[in-house]
Write a protein that binds this ligand. Structure first.
Ligand code: SIN
Length: 539
């Protein structure tokens, strides 16, 4: 086994918009950015379609953007954080333009703003209609490649944060390239930034890359970090139901451009479901589509009369997915399903991106800054990633830097190597877990479904124990979601419980968890609900 050792000032785990923004803003500190694939590949950032929310329109304002954000968040948003990101929106867009990112403009040079659900104004700054993520990442990657202070380690998966006596001192992982399976990587640093993205990969239907399975949450939990809001998983109403995994997204901006939803009987069911019909908040639309599907109906996006022949030029990326599926959006209905899209919860941070563990920072989807409350307003997430990328970099830059690296504990290394030695593939169990989470912890939940989900995850854990680090992370993350979902006995935002259909004012708070409290909670749930305990579950 070979080891490569790096000693930057800061290590950033994750190469999406949040990770690259932190790295660029840390100059002149030496930064190591770790990505699981090649830079820009398999990251949700590159796949994001609509763009960045910003109140630029002359009839819009920061106050109205804030009002929309808070209204959508159903009482749980952290207003100070929301104000912070919204007030910085124009600055981060200018930063991107300064590094060469091209946004869609009108002939007079003003931004060509798009509209998305629950925004009371056109507010989305995007690129090439639905290719904003690709363009923003192109600009950031270009800048990173010219930055001498940044070293990028591609195709590296991080397995653990190294820690001793409540002090973290680096990360350890391995190359994912099959040609060099035994090469381990150690990056020593007292400042670790997790920007690992979301966890859609633990659901059978998701718009996220399958490699987004919440490993940042697992890494942070293992060193004792506090997590919060884990039950809030946001489903996007319109994944393209072409039988693909992951599910390609049909951006909400398509509905913003006038497209509507129908079932196979041509019933435009959202008209009677909400005054804003197809532009109602995302949770409401996803839940109504789910209801239709549950009743045996199929649901489609109808763009024929509203966008028609302009579809290809306005939404080239979605058009290309349709062409591959032999669907012409100008003439055909597009079959859609709601899909796991964005995780609102995650590693709890303060307004500076600090976690509860000294030296550990988080930004982007892995972080729970509290800005999205119980339901995220569309396109506030790229905004949050860009703003917090800068904030975290500035905060770290203001910290004292240790010159000496802590010696690596040989016991830690031995345990790590034993833990990751197994090469047995865990595909079967990963698929079982993803199906379980989709079926029992999906768009709608109730106590019976959540407990079924818990029993199944425990069974998968028992049958698969130790097979793969990825599966172990997926199990851990699923358990946090289950505990949050069982404890929140109300419906709020994207957490919908059939058995508690209303919001309950006593839940106007956040459910914090650590790995220790989560394991204790699961033990109590198993006892209280008289479910089989881990050791006694029948195989
Ligand atoms: C979309 O383009 O519909 C997704 C935007 C978002 O999730 O913020």
């Amino acid at each position: 086994m070979t080891e490569n050792i790096y000693t930057p000032d800061v290590v950033v785990v994750g190469g999406g918009v949040a990770g690259l923004t932190v790295a660029l803003n840390l100059a002149p500190r030496k930064v190591c950015v770790i990505t699981k694939s090649n830079l820009g590949i398999n990251t949700s950032s590159s796949w994001s379609q609509a763009g960045i929310a910003a109140s630029i329109d002359k009839d819009d304002s920061l106050e109205i953007h804030l009002k929309d954000t808070l209204k959508t968040a159903k009482g749980l948003a952290n207003e100070a954080v929301a104000k912070k990101i919204i007030s910085e929106s124009f600055n981060v867009i200018k930063d991107l333009e300064n590094i060469g990112v091209k946004f869609d403009k009108n002939s007079d040079g003003s931004f060509n703003l798009g509209l998305e659900a629950a925004h009371s104004h056109k507010r989305i700054v995007g690129s090439k209609g639905d290719s904003s993520g690709i363009e923003i990442m192109r600009g950031l990657i270009n800048e990173v490649k010219q930055s001498e202070h940044i070293t990028v380690l591609e195709n590296v998966s991080i397995d653990s944060i190294m820690h001793e006596n409540n002090t973290i001192y680096g990360v350890i992982g391995r190359f994912t390239d099959k040609n060099m399976p035994d090469n381990h990587v150690i990056i020593q640093s007292s400042h670790i930034v997790l920007a690992t993205g979301g966890l859609g990969g633990i659901y059978a239907n998701t718009t996220n890359p399958r490699s987004s399975y919440g490993e940042g949450i697992a890494l942070a939990a293992e060193v004792g970090a506090i997590l919060t809001d884990m039950e809030f998983v946001q489903f996007h109403p319109t994944g393209l139901d072409f039988g693909l995994d992951p599910t390609p997204l049909a951006t909400e901006a398509i509905r913003g451009a006038g497209a509507f939803l129908v079932n196979q009987n041509n019933d435009r069911f959202m008209l009677s479901a909400h005054p804003d019909a197809e532009l109602a908040p995302r949770d409401i639309i996803a839940q109504n589509i789910f209801k239709q599907i549950d009743q045996g109906n199929s649901v489609f996006l109808d763009c024929r009369d509203t966008i028609g022949d302009n579809f290809k030029s306005r939404f080239p990326q979605v058009h290309s997915y349709c062409v591959k599926a032999e669907i012409d959006p100008a003439k055909d209905l597009m079959p859609i399903i709601p899909v796991a899209h964005y995780h609102i919860g995650g590693v709890k941070t303060d307004i500076t991106g600090r976690t509860s563990v000294d030296g550990l920072w988080c930004c982007g989807e892995v972080a729970a800054t509290g800005v999205h409350g119980a339901n995220r307003l569309a396109s506030n997430s790229l905004l949050e990633a860009l703003v917090f990328g800068k904030i975290v970099a500035n905060e770290i830059n203001s910290q004292p830097f240790k010159q000496e690296q802590q010696a690596i504990n040989s016991n830690f290394l031995k345990t790590y190597k034993e833990k990751t030695r197994s090469k047995i593939r865990a595909k079967k169990y990963i698929w079982q877990l993803r199906s379980t989470m989709m079926r029992h912890l999906g768009i709608v939940r109730n106590e019976t479904s959540i407990l079924k989900g818990l029993s199944e995850i425990i069974r998968i854990e028992r049958d698969s124990k130790g097979l793969s680090a990825k599966l172990n992370d997926m199990i851990l993350v699923s358990k946090f979601i289950i505990v949050g979902a069982i404890k929140r006995t109300e419906s709020r935002g994207c957490h919908l419980r059939f058995d508690y259909p209303n919001a309950d004012p006593k839940f106007l708070n956040h459910i914090d968890q650590t790995q220790i409290t989560m394991e204790q909670d699961i033990e109590s749930i198993l006892l209280e609900k008289d479910l089989p305990q881990e050791k006694t579950l029948a195989s």
